[in-house]
Design a protein around this ligand. Structure first.
Ligand code: EPZ
Length: 420
C-alpha cells in the first residue's frame, strides 16, 4: 500500500492548477443514464471515485471512455442492467445516486444501500422519501433498495426537513423526466448543485432556482447529449490555500471560482495569511508572521464547508491562542484529531466541538486517517511540521485529490509517494 512521505518545514512557493470538482463529477456521470445520447464531461478530475462511478456505469452497459486529457465520455445507448451491486456501491456512497436516473429511464432499479462510513451513519432516508413522493414504489430486501415506477414518475412538492446535498441532487436527477412540475424546498445550495442543473438544462431539462433554497423542475419527455465543463473543485482549492497558510510561502491557485469559497477567505485572513482574490486566480501568502487562533463552525453552503474542517484545524494547531471548531454536518468527523495530536497538536474534543490550543511547532510522525479530507489535513500538518511525516492509507487521498504530491511538489514541498 502506498504512503506519502513529507519532509516538513519548507514553505510552499509556486502555482497550483485546480482540477474539476469530484463531488460534482460523480453526480454528472450519473446524468448519462437519463439519455441515449452521448455526454462529454470536460475538466474531469482523474480520481479513484470517478473511476468507481465509471465502473458501475460500465456494468450497466454504458460506454465509458476516459481522455484525451481531463475528459470522460459516457454513452448509455441502451442499458444491460438496472442493478447496482453491493460490491460496487460499498466502494463509494455516491454511486447510490444512480437509483433515481435508472427509475426515470427504465421504470425500475435495484441498488444496494450504501451503509455507514467513517464520518457518520449517513442514512439515505431523505433520498428514498423524495423518490417515493415522485411516484416510485420502494421495498428493501437483503440490503438492496428495489424501486419501481411502472406507471412513470410524476412531479411532486417536496420539503426537506433539513438540508442534504445528496438528497437534493438525487431528487433533481429523478424529477427531470417526471411528468409535471416538481418543487423542492429547503434544498442545498452548493455550487455542485448549480453545476448539475446547468448540465441538465443544457441537455433540455427545465430546472430553475438551483443555488437558491427552492428549486422548480418542469418535467420534460427526453434529454439530449451535452458537452459540459465540470465546475472547479472548491475543496481542493481550499485545501491548497490552507496548506500555504499553514506551511507559509506564496502560492497562486488557478482554474478556480473564488466566489465558491466566500466563507473561507476571511477566516484565512483573520488567521494571519494574506489573501489576494483576482479575477482568475487567488494568491495566498504568509511570510514569517505567526498564525492567530480563529473560531469556526461548519454549515451548509454558503457556510464553511465540512470538507475543509480538518484542514482548517491543521492550521489552527499552530496558531497563537485557542480556537473552537464546531462540526455541525456530520456527527463523527474528528478522527484527524488523535492523529494531529500524535504530531504534537493540543486538541480536546467534546461532542461536536474541538478545542484547539495552538502550539509553537508540530513534529513529523507516522500517521493515517480514515477519510479523504482528514488525510488532506495530515498532509497540510506534515508540510508545516519539523521532520518527517508518513501519511498511510493514501487510497483515501487518491479518491479526491488528483496528483496531490505532484501539485505540492511543484511548489517546493519535499513530498513523495512511496510504495511498500
Ligand atoms: C456530500 O455528502 C459530499 N459528498 C460530502 O463530501 C460533503 O461532506 C457533504 O455533501 C456535505 O457538504 C458528495 O458529494 C459525494 P448530505 P452527502 O446529504 O450528500 C444527513 C467528501 O469528503 N442525511 O448533505 O452524503 C447526513 O448523515 C464528502 O468529499 C440524512 O440523515 O451529504 C449528514 O449528517 C464527505 N439522511 C447530513 O444529512 C439523508 O437521507 C448532510 O449530508 C441524507 C443525509
Amino acid at each position: 500500500m502506498d504512503s506519502i512521505v513529507i519532509e516538513g518545514g519548507h514553505p510552499l512557493n509556486g502555482e497550483i492548477q485546480i482540477s474539476g470538482a469530484k463531488n460534482s463529477a460523480i453526480k454528472l456521470q450519473a446524468v448519462c443514464l437519463l439519455t441515449d445520447k452521448k455526454i462529454v464531461l470536460k475538466n474531469m478530475p482523474r480520481l479513484r471515485d470517478t473511476r468507481f462511478m465509471g465502473q458501475l456505469l460500465a456494468h450497466m452497459g454504458v460506454e465509458v471512455e476516459e481522455g484525451p486529457g481531463p475528459q470522460m465520455s459516457l454513452h448509455a445507448k441502451s442499458l444491460s442492467s438496472t442493478t447496482a451491486p453491493y460490491d460496487l456501491v460499498r466502494k463509494m456512497r455516491a454511486t447510490f445516486n444512480v437509483l433515481g436516473p435508472l427509475l426515470a429511464r427504465t421504470g425500475k432499479a435495484k441498488v444496494s444501500l450504501p451503509g455507514g462510513c467513517a464520518i457518520g451513519a449517513r442514512p439515505v432516508d431523505l433520498h428514498l422519501k423524495a423518490i417515493e413522493a415522485l411516484g416510485a414504489h420502494i421495498t428493501l430486501d437483503e440490503g438492496y433498495v428495489i424501486a419501481d415506477a411502472k406507471d412513470g414518475l410524476r412531479g411532486a412538492e417536496i420539503t426537506f426537513p433539513f438540508i442534504s446535498v445528496g438528497a437534493t441532487e438525487h431528487s433533481i436527477l429523478t424529477a427531470v423526466l417526471a411528468k409535471g412540475t416538481t418543487v423542492l424546498s429547503n434544498v442545498a445550495r452548493e455550487p455542485e448543485i448549480v453545476d448539475l442543473a446547468e448540465c441538465l438544462n443544457a441537455m433540455g431539462a427545465k430546472i430553475s432556482g438551483a443555488g437558491r433554497s427552492e428549486i422548480e423542475i418542469e418535467g420534460v419527455k427526453s434529454l439530449g447529449g451535452v458537452t459540459h465543463n465540470v465546475v472547479p473543485d472548491r475543496i481542493e482549492a481550499g485545501t491548497y490555500a490552507l496548506a500555504a497558510a499553514t506551511a507559509g510561502g506564496k502560492v497562486t491557485l488557478t482554474n478556480l471560482r473564488h466566489d465558491h469559497l466566500g466563507s473561507l477567505w476571511p477566516l484565512i485572513a483573520q488567521a494571519g495569511a494574506n489573501v489576494e482574490l483576482k479575477k482568475d486566480r487567488v494568491i495566498i501568502s504568509r511570510n514569517g508572521d505567526g498564525l492567530r487562533a480563529v473560531d469556526m463552525e461548519t454549515q451548509a453552503y454558503p457556510g464553511f464547508p465540512t470538507d475543509l474542517q480538518a484542514q482548517f484545524m491543521a492550521m489552527m494547531t499552530l496558531a497563537d491562542g485557542v480556537s473552537i471548531i464546531r462540526e455541525n454536518i456530520f456527527e463523527n468527523r474528528f478522527m484527524h484529531c488523535p492523529e494531529l495530536s500524535r504530531m504534537g497538536a493540543n486538541i480536546t474534543v467534546t461532542g461536536r466541538e474541538a478545542i484547539v490550543r495552538g502550539v509553537k511547532s508540530l513534529r513529523g510522525a507516522p500517521v493515517m486517517a480514515t477519510d479523504l479530507r482528514a488525510s488532506a489535513s495530515l498532509i497540510n500538518a506534515g508540510l508545516a511540521a519539523k521532520g518527517s511525516t508518513t501519511v498511510g492509507r493514501v487510497y483515501h487521498l487518491d479518491r479526491g485529490f488528483e496528483h496531490i504530491e505532484i501539485k505540492l511538489g511543484q511548489c517546493g514541498a519535499k513530498i513523495k509517494r512511496v510504495s511498500e
